[in-house]
Design a protein around this ligand. Structure first.
Ligand SMILES: NC(=O)c1ccc[n+]([C@@H]2O[C@H](COP(=O)([O-])OP(=O)(O)OC[C@H]3O[C@@H](n4cnc5c(N)ncnc54)[C@H](O)[C@@H]3O)[C@@H](O)[C@H]2O)c1
Length: 261
């Protein structure tokens, strides 16, 4: 199945975790893939994905909170690979703290990366879709915490509720141009971020050993297991496909049935 042959897809945070699962799925389906993330080894991650899939994959080091850098990176990507047709805003951070210990810096970091960063990349992608006349696709990674706040993460929850709001607003603005904008809400997906969650929430919520908190929470998922980056990649590739042509402004949970609203 090469649904994305001839298309260029931009994925933020595509060097590892969920973003890597998304980038890999597009690469396997024939896309030229651009990954952009803050980690220094992002170009090497791109080379590894290219070697694994045989696809054309380029990696840029990018801080999505820096509007000039965002513009510059999209410009470089299009100069090299031609017009983009899909942009996936997936880069994100989390920190966990009791309300009186939550610093302004943490608040700003979560809102800047998770919400402003998503907006800046959507904005730049839209400029480019409009310039090339592309009926492009925007897919934004929110979270189960964009549906329901969770203990010790008011800043993260606020940032992810924000992603859903900006997704709906942009979807309305862009609908008549044939550009669709959707959000996804992963539940528990085993990545480095989840290892951090397991450790820090585990310490704060009781005497959990490594992996024990995650195991307890996974037990509460109707499907009884965590999800994989590959499963998230499959959803994103669907939302970016022709089969999803009449879907916009939607927020799709991908969480084994954890949240059903
Ligand atoms: N893992 C989960 O269970 C889970 C659940 C719900 C939502 N999410 C969301 O999924 C997305 C990916 O999470 P993950 O679990 O793969 O995490 P991860 O920690 O494995 O990866 C995070 C990615 O974001 C990138 N990033 C962070 N700050 C950045 C910045 N300023 N500029 C550019 N890139 C930056 C990192 O380089 C990395 O590629 C995030 O938005 C996260 O909030 C994850």
């Amino acid at each position: 199945m090469k649904r994305y042959a001839g298309q260029t897809v931009f994925v933020t945070g595509g060097n590892k975790g969920i973003g890597q699962g998304i980038a890999k799925r597009f690469a396997e389906e024939g896309a030229t893939v651009v990954i952009a993330a803050i980690d220094r080894d992002t170009p090497e991650a791109a080379s590894a994905l290219a070697a694994e899939t045989g696809a054309d994959v380029t990696g840029y080091v990018l801080d999505v909170t820096d509007a000039h850098a965002v513009r510059d990176t999209y410009e470089q990507a299009e100069a090299r690979h031609g017009p983009l047709s899909v942009s996936v805003q997936n880069a994100g951070v989390i920190t966990i703290a009791k309300v009186e210990n939550l610093t302004e810096r943490e608040w700003d970091l979560n809102l800047d990366v998770n919400t402003k960063g998503v907006f800046l990349c959507c904005q730049e992608a839209v400029r480019r879709f409009r310039a090339s006349g592309t009926k492009g696709r925007l897919i934004n990674t929110a979270s189960g915490q964009g549906r329901q706040g969770f203990i010790y993460t008011p800043h993260y929850a606020a940032s992810k509720f924000g992603v859903i709001g900006l997704t709906q607003s942009l979807a309305k603005e862009l609908a008549r141009e044939g550009i669709t904008v959707n959000a996804i809400c992963p539940g528990i997906i085993h990545t480095e971020m989840w290892d951090y969650n397991d450790r820090v929430w585990g310490e704060m919520l009781g005497t959990y050993g490594p992996g024990e908190l995650m195991a307890e929470w996974v037990e509460g998922i109707p499907m009884g297991r965590a999800g994989t980056p590959a499963e998230v990649g499959a959803l994103v590739a669907f939302l970016a496909s022709r089969d999803a042509s009449y879907i916009t402004g939607q927020t799709i949970n991908i969480d084994g049935g954890l949240i059903m609203s």
